[in-house]
Design a protein around this ligand. Structure first.
Ligand code: S3P
Length: 442
């Protein structure tokens, strides 16, 4: 059921709010807990639809996964190599991370797993994972174009590989490393541009040997050694910087705002948006920096600021790939032009986000241009007209980005489906309204 929402100009946003747990880390915590021997506990798990699908999938693969009354999740894993053939199709809903990482896991187990998802996930490219996993010995039967539904016939005699990533993708890197867990010897992934390293950090924390070598030409070689003994752990999930992006940009754009967001993940491979917003003139302060559960976190203090356009280099894309839609919204309020380079991966997310952002901004009276993989937003030097109705196309981040726009644009902005936000940010509208936003049902 779609749920149309409209967001209207608000007074200053004020107060403190807790952003839900990190989606990337939550998926991994469930998967690694399901592979570890003994009990794992996960605190602060994101209970959005994407992650709940992964929880169900891990149960279907034989792990014990339960939510305790206090909101902690408890798992009893099966040990590396101990997953069991699921009795039914695994439906990962909207979750690209869930689907791709699980494909890696099951590729080196000797049974067959069938994957499907919603219309968005069924349209996303899977060859990027099936190609390297086939080299390791698995067989994939996909729809045309390598799309879901797909059957993965895992191999009983996996072969370790060294694989250079053709695209900067933490999902592909992770899928291969996870397949390498149940493979003899060393499985190596080489990346030209560093992508989020939650898999590496958490695998080490669970007891695996993960070696990262910095090559002379700037590339990184990440090697996992097969058959590690993973043991149950206590994982504390930080608040998701990609979800914090929405209240952060909202507070920057709405005059009179002063918002505090405690415990936000500050992994340097995730903070490109905050860096860019600061370069644009945003008043964002990182208070009380500390480490929690092996990841850096800080409390964010954000105040309304006037922005200027900047150039965002292609090399920064992996550290803020999910944040371009909301950055483009911020850029539409800025003085001057913002050019965002190297956005090819934006076209294969939950929707074609490049096209969705361009269409949405145009519908809200903003001048935008496309030049290959570069998006150019001509800032309005203040609130843009707004007034558009945005087609969400099962893309949570498109919905949240344009609801943020409506909080400060001249006329309200509507989205045709607020339900999509449940995948990563349950309660987004209530949380933002608690800070002073005006989001309501149409
Ligand atoms: C993710 C990696 C990114 C990101 C996604 C989460 C992960 O995808 O867009 O939301 O948890 O590894 P790619 O690996 O396709 O860039």
């Amino acid at each position: 059921m779609s749920k149309p929402l409209i967001s209207s100009r608000s007074e200053g946003l004020t107060g403190s709010a807790r952003v839900p747990g990190d989606k990337s880390i939550s998926h991994r915590a469930l998967m690694f807990g399901a592979l570890a021997v003994g009990e794992s506990r996960v605190e602060g798990l994101l209970e959005g639809d994407d992650v709940l699908r992964t929880a169900s999938a891990m149960r279907a693969l034989g792990a014990e996964v339960e939510r305790l009354e206090d909101g902690t999740w408890r798992l009893f894993g099966r040990g590396v190599g101990g997953l069991m053939e699921p009795a039914d199709v695994l439906d990962l809903g909207n979750a690209g991370t869930g689907a791709r990482l699980l494909m890696g896991l099951v590729a080196t187990h000797p049974f067959t797993t069938i994957f499907t998802g919603d219309a968005s996930l069924r349209s996303r490219p899977m060859k990027r994972v099936s190609e390297p996993l086939t080299r390791m010995g698995a067989r994939f039967f996909t729809r045309d174009g390598g799309r879901l539904p797909c059957a993965v016939v895992g191999t009983s005699s996996p072969v370790p590989i060294t694989y250079e990533l053709p695209v900067a993708s933490a999902q592909v890197k992770s899928a291969i490393l996870l397949a390498g867990l149940n493979t003899p010897g060393a499985t190596t992934v080489i990346e030209k541009e560093a992508t989020r390293d939650h898999t590496e950090l958490m695998l080490r924390n669970f007891g695996a040997s993960v070696d990262v070598e910095h090559l002379d030409d700037g590339r990184r070689a990440i090697t996992v050694t097969g058959f590690p003994e993973l043991t149950g752990r206590h994982v504390v999930v930080p608040s998701d910087p990609s979800s914090a992006a929405f209240p952060v940009v909202a507070a920057v754009l709405v005059p009179g705002s002063h918002v505090v967001l405690p415990g936000i993940g500050m992994n340097p491979l995730r903070t490109g948006l905050f860096q860019t917003l600061r370069e644009m003139g945003a008043d964002i302060h990182f208070d009380n920096p500390r480490e929690e559960g092996g990841e850096p976190v800080a409390d964010l203090i954000i105040k309304h600021s006037l922005l200027r356009g900047v150039d965002v280099p292609a090399g920064r894309a992996p550290s803020m790939i999910d944040e371009y839609p909301v950055l483009a919204v911020a850029a539409s309020f800025a003085m001057g032009t913002t050019r965002m380079f190297g956005l090819s991966e934006l076209r294969v997310k939950e929707s074609d986000r490049f096209a969705a952002v361009m269409r949405g901004l145009i519908a809200c009276g903003v001048k935008v241009e496309e030049d290959g993989d570069t998006m150019i937003v001509h800032g309005n030097g203040g609130p843009p007209p707004g007034g558009g109705t945005i087609a969400v196309n099962l893309d949570h981040r498109i919905a949240m980005s344009f609801l943020v726009m409506g909080m400060a644009s001249q006329a309200p902005v509507a989205v045709d489906d607020g339900e999509a936000m449940e995948t990563s940010f349950p309660g987004f509208a209530d949380m933002m309204n608690g800070l002073g936003a005006k989001i309501s049902a149409v």
